[in-house]
Design a protein around this ligand. Structure first.
Ligand code: PMP
Length: 433
């Protein structure tokens, strides 16, 4: 029996066991491999650029827990910080100096953050930022963009039909239509749709929330002009502009997507990367808006585990590494090296492959041209080809996101040897397409 057949059998058994008492066998849907077929790899441990399954088969990992493992897995300094923090107690539900250190650090790195609040997930961060925007403006309507994911709170699980200004229909059962009707959904990266929406609804919008570089419909880098138009319209109409940097924050560069585009949002949401992979999220921005949160203001928001000491101290250890001169230059260089190699390998095999990247985040598309919005991703990308490629790479010991609609991530732990191995594996995988 070959090793991959053997590990597949073990994973099938583990998945069957998981399904006995875990809904769908997973604690978050994308892990079930529904988009690519087959059974998920059950992970036993991880170190550096590698995850290992229960049979100790190594995989070069380009998911990195969906972004936060920018230093690679189980980085020594981070693990030491977690151990030391654990010795001091796991949670107090009371303020700690480590929260202040983290807040000061983020405010120093991201100039738009005057005040911040820690939470425990990206979902909480976006949900709270939207409540704050509504409380601050006294308006109910919000705008999101097709293909952008902001976690699973009610207001955000909405995607309009193709009509630009359709009142939203819930795309998850269980979201009351009365909530969904306050969420307008626009095509991403479309200036005309934006202008038309603001003309009609501008003065009744509480906020616009977007992934400033999209990573949940594969990866799309919108135009600078789209961002500038959005910023102008929000300012003109008193609408709170929320950058959801759960994925891009400290990832596409130290200053996130806002530094990349030179745009100052009113509020920003961050996610798991702050805690180096421990459960954490945050939202922050203009003092004038943030002061509306309890206890200083009337918008309620709270959390027993918010600012958890393990997450804060792990995050501090990670930031010490990110702040080293040249960290992001090297990360970008590695990403570019990999994408150049993959592009050449695909061309050699006659496979149409498009790529894009910023810093340590990249997208791979089996398409003739680079998609610019969700419809183009859905219409032009060959998801079947991706599924085949995904499984061929998995057999080769390369772990990509199990979906054609996710971005991929580079870490500083990936060596050029890992990248060469990935390119060689992809060359063989492309040949099978
Ligand atoms: N916003 C964005 C941009 C995300 O990518 C995600 C999840 N990856 C979330 C919000 C939700 O974060 P979480 O899964 O931590 O709730």
């Amino acid at each position: 029996m070959s090793q991959s057949v053997h590990t597949n059998t073990i994973n099938e058994q583990l998945f069957a066991q998981a399904k006995r008492h875990i809904a769908g066998g997973v604690n978050s849907p994308v892990r079930a491999f529904a988009g690519v077929g087959g059974v998920p790899v059950f992970v036993a441990r991880a170190k550096g650029a590698y995850i290992y399954d229960t049979q100790d088969k190594p995989y070069i990992d380009y998911v990195g827990s969906w972004g936060p493992m920018i230093l690679g897995h189980a980085h020594d300094a981070v693990i030491d910080a977690v151990k030391a923090a654990a010795e001091d107690g796991l949670s107090f539900g009371a303020p700690t100096p480590s929260e202040t250190t983290m807040a000061d650090l983020i405010a120093q790195i991201i100039p738009s953050i005057e005040l911040i609040r820690m939470v425990s997930s990206g979902t909480e961060a976006t949900m709270s930022a939207i409540r704050l925007a509504r409380g601050y403006t006294g308006r109910d309507k919000i705008v999101k963009f097709e293909g952008c994911y902001h976690g699973h709170s009610d207001s955000l699980l909405v995607k309009a039909g193709s009509g630009m200004l359709d009142i939203g229909e819930p795309t998850s059962k269980g979201v009351p239509a009365d909530f969904a009707k306050h969420t307008l959904t626009l095509p991403y990266n479309d200036i005309e749709a934006l202008q038309a929406c603001f003309e009609r609804f501008g003065d009744s919008l509480a906020c616009v929330i977007l992934e400033p570089i999209a990573g949940n419909m594969n990866m799309i880098i919108p135009s600078k002009q789209f961002h500038e138009t959005l910023r102008e319209l929000c300012t003109k109409h008193g609408v709170v502009l929320i950058f959801d940097e759960v994925m891009t924050g400290f990832r596409v560069g130290l200053g996130g997507a806002q530094a990349y585009f030179g745009i100052t949002p009113d509020l920003t949401t961050f996610g798991k990367i702050i805690g180096a992979g421990l459960p954490v999220g945050a939202f922050g921005g203009k003092r004038e808006i943030m002061e509306h949160i309890a206890p200083t203001g009337g918008v309620y928001q709270a959390g027993t585990l918010s600012g958890n000491p393990l997450a804060m101290r792990a995050g501090k250890a990670m930031f010490d590494e990110l702040l080293v001169d040249g960290f992001y230059d090297e990360l970008s260089k590695k990403t570019q090296y990999l994408l150049d190699g993959l592009t050449k390998a695909a061309a050699k095999q006659g496979v149409a492959l498009q790529t894009c990247s910023v810093g340590g985040m990249f997208g791979l598309f089996f398409a003739e041209s680079l998609p610019q919005n969700f419809n183009e991703v859905a219409a032009n990308c060959d998801a079947k080809k991706f599924a085949k490629f995904f499984h061929a790479m998995l057999d080769e010991g390369v772990y990509l996101a199990p979906s054609a609609f996710e971005a991929a991530f580079m870490s500083s732990a990936h060596s050029y040897e890992d990248l060469d191995r990935t390119i060689a594996a992809a060359t063989r995988a492309f040949a099978k397409l």
